[in-house]
Design a protein around this ligand. Structure first.
Ligand SMILES: CSC[C@H]1O[C@H](OP(=O)(O)O)[C@H](O)[C@@H]1O
Ligand SMILES: Nc1ncnc2[nH]cnc12
Length: 287
């Protein structure tokens, strides 16, 4: 089992590593957000990728999500923990709190959201869009650190880059959604297509814009909360790494077999170019 960590806003590298090396990986789907950090700690090898690049150079819609997921797959990752800063729609999720997301509502637009196409049609199931097993492992890791984490909640993926209007924010709150961010989709869907176990650790940084008496989501407030809490996010990640099993168990949630019955086009019709590109992420079924 090899863990990939996608660091979101505020998490651009990891500390306390025994060894680490930044390496460039190119993919059939373009370049990832940055080089990948191949690292070793607690006797486990893992890979880290800063989603917005070091120095936070990329807006959510400028991120090449396909290349990021493909690069982590090429790097040998079997599981991905994605860390994301989020606004909260719930009184029970205050700035500084952590949530393990189990559902997403995707309101992003115009992003490349599939590896399929170009003559090979594939449709994966997204009913349970992330890995319950990995989520529980992260919850256990958090428990060992003593950091409270809510296990389960819905993440609204908005297009951005501007934050929600008050009307949008209230609508999402009334709909019972829990947090809002700009990056977990199509990342989660692409991880599923690449047969990777995927979970989102959401770090609540603000109340978004539904509270009358407050000015609404603002980067200065978000960055302040993020800086105060990124150390706790790192502690959860470290506890997870320290408990990683040496070999990957067959995923009880089925993420590692997501493509088993997903491809509709018969193999004799697969265009060679598309097949070659898909090998980066779907070699197991593409051959
Ligand atoms: C810096 S505030 C908005 C920014 O923060 C979140 O990033 P990430 O999900 O990568 O932690 C949000 O999605 C926006 O990209
Ligand atoms: N309120 C918010 N909306 C969208 N993305 C965010 N990232 C952090 N806080 C956010």
């Amino acid at each position: 089992m090899r863990l990939g960590i996608i660091g979101g806003s505020g998490l651009y590298d990891l500390d306390d590593l025994d060894s680490a090396e930044w390496r460039r990986i190119t993919t059939s789907f373009g370049d990832p957000s940055d080089d990948l950090l191949f690292a070793n700690a607690f006797g486990a090898e893992f890979v880290f990728l800063p989603r917005h690049g070091r120095g936070h150079r990329l807006l959510p819609h400028e991120i090449n999500y396909r290349a990021n997921i493909a690069a982590l797959k090429i790097a040998g990752c079997t599981d991905i923990l994605s860390v994301s800063a989020c606004g909260s729609f719930q009184e029970t999720l205050a700035p500084g709190d952590f949530l393990l997301v189990d559902q997403y509502v995707d309101r992003t637009r115009g992003r490349e959201r599939t590896f399929f196409g170009g003559g090979i049609a594939g449709h994966v199931s997204l009913a349970d869009p992330n890995c319950g097993r990995l989520r529980d492992e992260v919850a256990d890791a958090a428990r060992r650190t003593g950091i409270p984490v809510q296990n389960g909640g819905t993440y609204l993926a908005m297009e951005g880059p501007g934050f929600s209007t008050r009307a949008e924010s209230r609508l999402y709150r009334q709909a019972g959604l829990d947090v809002v961010g700009m990056t977990a989709m199509p990342e989660a869907a692409l991880a599923r297509e690449a047969e990777l176990c995927y979970a989102t650790l959401a770090m609540v940084t603000d109340w978004d814009s539904w509270r009358d008496a407050e000015r609404g989501a603002a980067v200065s407030d978000i960055l302040a909360v993020m800086h105060e809490n990124v150390t706790r996010a790192r502690r959860i990640v470290r506890a997870l790494i320290a408990a990683l099993p040496g070999s990957r168990p067959t995923c009880s949630a089925g993420c590692d077999r997501a493509l088993e019955h997903a491809i509709v086009t018969p193999p004799d019709l697969w265009p060679e170019m598309t097949r070659t590109a898909l090998r980066d992420v779907a070699g197991r079924v593409i051959g």
